[in-house]
Design a protein around this ligand. Structure first.
Ligand SMILES: Cc1ncc(COP(=O)(O)O)c(C=O)c1O
Length: 450
């Protein structure tokens, strides 16, 4: 490894960072993270802070799980790579598919297609949804419905169903035939509706209306996050996902639950859909599937979808889609170990308890600071705090102030993430009560400084 001076001098010079402007990264050099232990990270200047971001909503097991690390290291020596494209397989991939299926069987998932991450998993679900309808003899079903404020990764399909302009405008034109319904965002919505259950009803009506307008036989799938993550931790009413499930059923539309963040315990249950009592037709996952220790994702299908592919008589059921690293043996070994550890440590139970603590602590901060416009969470370890410069007018806080808050919170011992004028938190699911308290204390200092 090169020395610190080399790293500082070359920081952001040659590396373009995702979700950042290259010139801005050169002026405001990114923090160089050099190590991690438990739920904390250490930077090149030897600052150690609690990672309230969990890497990027992904390090569910914290940074020190030796079982997963050893499983990865062992597999590197046994078989570092082999392709799973039709014709070959490998033992960890077979075992991982069994383990993932067992994990998500209560959600109705029976088939697993491994990918290299969340965007890949979303793309896989969208493509297979179209192919499913073709195989069923309804090739007109090509369109997709999704929610504003949703985040579904950055491939062209995912960006097309994405509900945030920032991820779309520079890359347009995107996939035709994608239509966006309102987000279940009680704090701001086009109906000025503050009651979450009524808002859910209004969005359901708009969705039915859009389906009637498009023609239900043109729509392949509706994709949604059970709790919108990157869009600001938007928690819908408990009726919302069920309402959309019923609408999909009435119109022959597949429901894809994008569980890239919400899978594997983050919501306080093993999946977000299960949290709301819904069984989707497909699920996209990544992140917690390996706790970020290796890049893996998975798209999953229920029996209804699997049957259409597996009992096909048209000869068109070949899945001409996949990634070089689909079912990567080292990734698969990471999946097997991560799922075993996730269950052994019962991460969902700790996520529920610590999530409530973080949410209630954030609500107390809202009583103290006028700049807090809205606090969202309370369902596991996903918390969003929306910052405003005027509480009555709900004016979004300017980004200079947001960056100042971020830095002050960091100096007080906690790494948080900014999503526009929201402070977003998704710490490891192994976090302790004392560590959540230290996050809240750091936020207190950050808001006081602002
Ligand atoms: C709900 C959701 N879907 C898809 C993605 C894309 O995943 P990745 O960044 O692994 O491609 C993300 C990433 O945060 C996500 O939150």
């Amino acid at each position: 490894m090169k020395d610190d001076n080399f790293l500082r001098e070359n920081n952001a010079r040659h590396l373009w960072h995702p979700m950042a402007a290259p010139a801005d990264m050169q002026t405001n050099a990114p923090k160089i993270i050099t190590g991690a232990e438990g739920v904390s990270i250490t930077d090149i200047d030897d600052n150690t802070v609690v990672d309230a971001v969990g890497g990027l909503w992904c390090v569910n097991l914290g940074y020190s799980n030796n079982t997963v690390k050893e499983a990865i290291a062992k597999q590197l020596y046994d078989l570092p790579y082999y392709s799973a494209f039709g014709g070959t397989s490998n033992p960890p991939a077979i075992e991982a598919s069994y383990a993932v299926r067992e994990f998500f069987e209560p959600d109705g998932m029976v088939r697993i297609f491994f990918t290299s991450g969340g965007s890949d998993s979303v793309e896989t679900c969208l493509r297979l949804a179209r192919q499913y309808h073709r195989l069923r003899g309804e090739p007109t079903r090509t369109k997709f419905l999704s929610l504003k404020k949703g985040y579904h990764g950055t491939h062209f399909g995912g960006a097309s169903v994405n509900g945030n302009n920032r991820f779309r405008i520079n890359y347009e034109p995107l996939l035709p035939g994608c239509f966006h319904m309102p987000s279940p965002y009680t704090y701001r919505n086009p109906f000025d509706e503050t009651d979450p259950a009524k808002l859910a009803q209004s969005i359901a009506k708009v969705t039915e209306d859009e389906i009637a307008f498009q023609g239900s036989n043109t729509i392949a799938a509706l994709i949604m996050e059970p709790i919108q993550g990157a869009g600001g931790v938007i928690v819908p009413d408990s009726s919302f996902m069920k309402l959309l499930r019923e609408i999909c059923d009435r119109h022959g539309i597949l429901l894809i639950s994008d569980e890239v963040i919400t899978g594997f315990g983050r919501t306080g249950d093993w999946s977000g859909a299960r949290h709301w009592g819904v069984q989707p037709d497909m699920m996209s996952t990544a992140k917690g599937i390996t706790s970020g220790y290796f890049p893996v994702g998975a798209a999953m299908m229920n029996q209804k979808v699997a049957d259409v592919f597996e009992n096909d008589t048209t000869g068109e059921a070949g899945i001409y889609h996949g990634y070089t690293y689909s079912a990567h043996p080292v990734g698969a070994a990471a999946v097997i170990a991560t799922l075993a550890e996730t269950q052994r440590l019962d991460l969902k139970t700790n996520a529920a308890a610590r999530g409530t603590q973080l949410y209630e602590g954030a609500l107390k901060l809202a009583d103290k600071y006028d700049i807090i416009g809205d606090v969202r969470g309370g369902h596991g370890l996903m918390t969003g705090i929306e910052i405003v410069s005027d509480r009555t007018a709900k004016t979004p806080m300017d980004m200079d102030t947001m960056k100042r808050i971020h830095q002050t919170v960091y100096e007080a011992g906690t790494m948080v993430r900014l999503g526009a004028h929201n402070v977003l938190m998704s710490p490891p699911l192994t976090i302790t009560e004392a560590e959540v308290d230290s996050i809240l204390a750091a936020l207190d200092k950050g808001f006081a400084a602002a």
